[in-house]
Design a protein around this ligand. Structure first.
Ligand SMILES: Cc1cc2nc3c(=O)[nH]c(=O)nc-3n(C[C@H](O)[C@H](O)[C@H](O)COP(=O)(O)OP(=O)(O)OC[C@H]3O[C@@H](n4cnc5c(N)ncnc54)[C@H](O)[C@@H]3O)c2cc1C
Length: 463
């Protein structure tokens, strides 16, 4: 285990300035505090700063700068690639910051960065309100929002970033800025998809919408019908109304049967929803039909059971503009050959409001109607190589049918070329923004947009 090489007095002074806790390798609770959701990630930061407010985040940034520490920023800890924790440096942990203030009349909310989606939705649904979030309750609101935010309401309300009104952010030089349509609009553009590249977001203001019970759940079919089911899914999604978002997944049932599921969520009037989902219910001979009205909170928190913390995960992702018969063949081949009962190939249909925003209106460039495919290997115990090999082979098989773009929140450590591909037409503008707000690449542990300023230019540059 690493020992932090700072003089104890310096560390003591830093601790005295903080309202939150500092946890070092020899402290009680260090092991629990350094762990993230993916059990594959095993890193040992030299110190963990558990921030309770924006002032703590500012102190942490200033201290890390003064001491030349590598910095990782963590909120929900659900980065599959483990980019929210580091070896040796400082982990700035926002997870204690769970404040949330709903403005019922305005249908807006200010939410702090440490909230999970489940906590966020619980608070907004208390007022009958919600906005687009991811599909699993334990995921962090912060990382999900900063990357874009795909979810069940994206057809009706757009991505999470399409509902973002403002952020409070701590910059690399320790200032606190508010960014929105009128204050620092360039930064506001960049944080809507640009991840943690420009600073630590301590709070998000989001637009909410009235959301009652949704009609949601999955219909499961035997894997032997996978081709027909995927062809049906292709036609079904082509004409889906904005209120209906549908995913498909090739998976193994709890009873151990290879299967294919279509999962839906309809977020309008339930009677209309019944009509919209009836083709799925009537198609073929399902093994089970689990579609029913339920609360949105229940929908996303029930999904937690399928993604437990501590299991090992590895994922890759592709974007397909259509599901050709050839792509379906590849999906079925690898969906059938997955190496663990917990692994799956997930197909997410991006459509409606999410696809009516221009690719350069926000940093998130992947605005065409598309199918975002995630091949997620998940397993307990050893045999790492076998599971990773399956994921990579599946991704490779889909490459001939994929567009060049990839969703940053599903990217692993795949190199600069893939980060460029994720941002497409927006990449150069993001580099210019990085030069402006983080020219020394202080925030480097993320899907990194590398600044291009040289040493001499750094000191001349003022934001
Ligand atoms: C089980 C599961 C389900 C998922 N489902 C969806 C889904 O439905 N839709 C979807 O779009 N994505 C989904 N994702 C992907 C998810 O959006 C990303 O993993 C996201 O980064 C998680 O956010 P987090 O706060 O938990 O991440 P963390 O691991 O805490 O952070 C992820 C990245 O964001 C940076 N970061 C975190 N907090 C801040 C902050 N406050 N300020 C600046 N930078 C910060 C970190 O430095 C790191 O680079 C899912 C992931 C998992 C594991």
């Amino acid at each position: 285990m690493l020992e932090y090489a700072l003089r104890p007095t310096i560390l003591q002074e830093f601790k005295a300035d903080l309202r939150g806790e500092v946890i070092c390798p020899n402290d009680h609770g260090y092991d629990a505090a350094r762990k993230v959701w993916n059990g594959m990630i095993d890193k040992y930061p030299a110190l963990i700063v558990r921030c309770t407010d924006v002032v703590d985040a500012v102190h942490a940034v200033q201290f890390a700068r003064d001491q030349h520490l590598l910095v990782a920023v963590r909120s929900g800890g659900h980065s599959v690639s483990g980019s929210s924790v580091c070896n040796e440096g400082m982990l700035i942990d926002l997870s204690p910051m769970k404040g949330i203030w709903v403005e019922r009349e305005k249908k807006t909310v200010w939410a702090q960065a440490g909230l999970t989606l489940g906590e966020f939705v619980q608070a907004t649904q208390a007022y009958g309100l919600a906005t687009t979030t991811g599909t699993v309750g334990g995921t962090g609101l912060a990382g999900l929002t900063l990357g874009g935010g795909l979810g069940w309401f994206m057809g009706k309300y757009g991505l999470t970033i399409d509902n973002l009104l403002s952020v409070d952010l701590v910059t690399a030089d320790g200032r606190v800025l508010r960014a929105n349509a009128t204050e620092h609009p360039d930064l506001f553009w960049g944080v809507r998809g640009g991840g943690g590249n420009f600073g630590i977001v301590t709070a998000f203001e989001l637009q909410l919408h009235p959301v009652g019970p949704v009609l949601a759940g999955k219909v499961v079919y035997s894997m032997e019908h996978a081709r027909e089911v995927l062809r049906f899914y292709r036609e079904y999604t082509r004409t889906a109304p904005d209120e209906l978002t549908a995913y498909a997944s090739l998976l193994t049932t709890p009873a151990g049967l290879p299967a294919i599921a279509i999962s839906v969520c309809y977020c309008g009037l339930l009677e209309k929803g019944e009509r919209a989902v009836s083709p799925v219910r009537k198609f073929g001979v399902p093994l089970v039909d689990l579609i029913r009205p339920r609360s949105y909170l229940k929908l996303i928190t029930q999904a937690d059971a399928g993604a437990p913390a501590g299991r090992r995960y590895y994922e890759k992702a592709s974007t397909l503009s259509d599901l050709s018969d050839e792509a379906i063949e590849a999906l079925v081949e690898y969906g059938t050959a997955c190496t663990s009962p917990y692994s799956q190939v997930l197909i997410q249909h991006v459509h409606g409001a999410a696809s009516r925003v221009g690719p350069s209106e926000t940093a998130f460039a992947l605005r065409s109607k598309s199918y975002v495919i995630c091949m997620v290997a998940a397993w307990d115990g050893g045999e790492v190589d076998r599971h990773i090999a399956w994921t990579r082979a599946c991704w490779k098989a889909l490459e001939p049918f994929a567009t060049s773009g990839v969703y940053v929140n599903f990217l692993g450590h795949e190199g600069e070329g893939r980060v460029r591909a994720a941002y497409g037409v927006n990449y150069e503008r993001l580099v210019a923004l990085k030069n402006r707000y983080d020219p020394s690449n202080f925030f480097a542990l993320n899907q990194n947009i590398k600044p291009t300023l040289k040493e001499g230019e750094l000191c001349l540059r003022q934001v």
